[in-house]
Design a protein around this ligand. Structure first.
Ligand SMILES: NC(=O)c1ccc[n+]([C@@H]2O[C@H](COP(=O)([O-])OP(=O)(O)OC[C@H]3O[C@@H](n4cnc5c(N)ncnc54)[C@H](OP(=O)(O)O)[C@@H]3O)[C@@H](O)[C@H]2O)c1
Length: 286
């Protein structure tokens, strides 16, 4: 279909999107899609935390009465919850699912296989969010048999790239990328905390810039702080990556366990203090 025809059809067809979960990812998707008249985006707020309910209220998104109605009415149902809850949400929605299920959670192909016992392959699209959702250069890679509806969302401001027809392709890449980025971030945490305690962190910054380049060192602060700020979600993601590596390359699985242990430690601290940091010095001072 030509772009011109697509644009003409847009006037007559209202695309209905349902968001399950309303954290950083869902909110950012909503903020992009809300700018279009021919898209209706809804969510649910039953049994959600104070933080999520407040975020929903402030956003102005349409609230649907329950998950059953949301599943029945959505052309695209987007799951952006947490890795731990990805499967339980599927168990709630699958009897009512009419449209395509877009699964953004960082889950392994092993969890996806469990999900496919409930959702037919032609309704499931495996999605990997590449990069931090709030950064300008983040985008989605997708794989699945029936991805047309999801690709349509590229006409509405979301950056999407299809990488294959097989469910699990996006997930495998997501596992590998995530293992690397979280590994690097926790290594930076360990290294810079030691440097900070020795009063050598500024010098370390300078010498790392020489070998790693400006881009890398610019990101050090956010990598260290985000490991702490989002340690709960990241710990859950690491469990998924762990299962993936265990299945594919158990003999070399050493770094992954170390990354998991650092994130677990950061999460315990985060649960105790319930705060966020944007400067590593302040984090280390705690
Ligand atoms: N943030 C990123 O840059 C990024 C990057 C790649 C992948 N991802 C993946 O995307 C997903 C969402 O990430 P996020 O950063 O948006 O997480 P988040 O900020 O922690 O938000 C998660 C949201 O899901 C809700 N939720 C949890 N369990 C639910 C359930 N059973 N039913 C309905 N809602 C539920 C939470 O509500 P409560 O507050 O009530 O618990 C919250 O609103 C995760 O699976 C993550 O792995 C995120």
């Amino acid at each position: 279909m030509s772009i011109k025809t697509t644009k003409m059809l847009r006037v007559f067809i209202m695309l209905k999107i349902g968001l399950i979960g309303f954290g950083n990812v869902a909110k950012t998707i909503y903020d992009t899609l809300k700018n279009y008249d021919d898209i209706k985006v809804s969510t649910i707020n039953n049994n959600r935390s104070y933080k999520t309910i407040e975020m929903i209220k402030k956003s102005g998104i349409i609230i649907t009465k329950d998950i059953k109605t949301l599943s029945q009415e959505s052309d695209i149902l987007i799951s952006a919850v947490t890795p731990k809850n990805a499967l339980s949400v599927v168990k709630e929605v699958y009897p009512y699912l009419n449209g395509t299920y877009m699964d953004i959670n960082t889950i392994s192909p092993i969890t996806i296989q469990k999900i496919l016992k409930y959702i037919p392959k032609n309704k499931y699209v495996d999605v990997a969010l590449i990069g931090k959702i709030t950064s300008n250069d983040s985008y989605f890679i997708i794989s699945g048999e029936n991805t047309d509806k999801i690709m349509d969302l590229s006409n509405y401001g979301l950056k999407i790239k299809k990488i294959g027809d097989n469910i699990g392709q996006a997930s495998k890449l997501k596992m590998l990328r995530s293992n690397y980025t979280k590994g690097v971030s926790t290594l930076l945490y360990e290294t810079f905390k030691t440097a900070y305690q020795l009063g050598l962190d500024d010098e370390l910054f300078t010498i790392l810039t020489k070998t790693e380049g400006q881009e890398f060192t610019k990101k050090i602060n956010s990598r260290i702080c985000n490991s702490y700020n989002y340690s709960k979600r990241k710990t859950e993601e690491l469990k998924e990556i762990n299962a993936f590596l265990e299945k594919n390359n158990p003999k070399d699985m050493i770094m992954n366990n170390a990354t998991y242990n650092i994130l677990l430690k950061l999460n315990k601290k985060h649960e105790k203090f319930d705060n966020e940091y944007y400067s590593y010095q302040k984090l280390f001072m705690q």
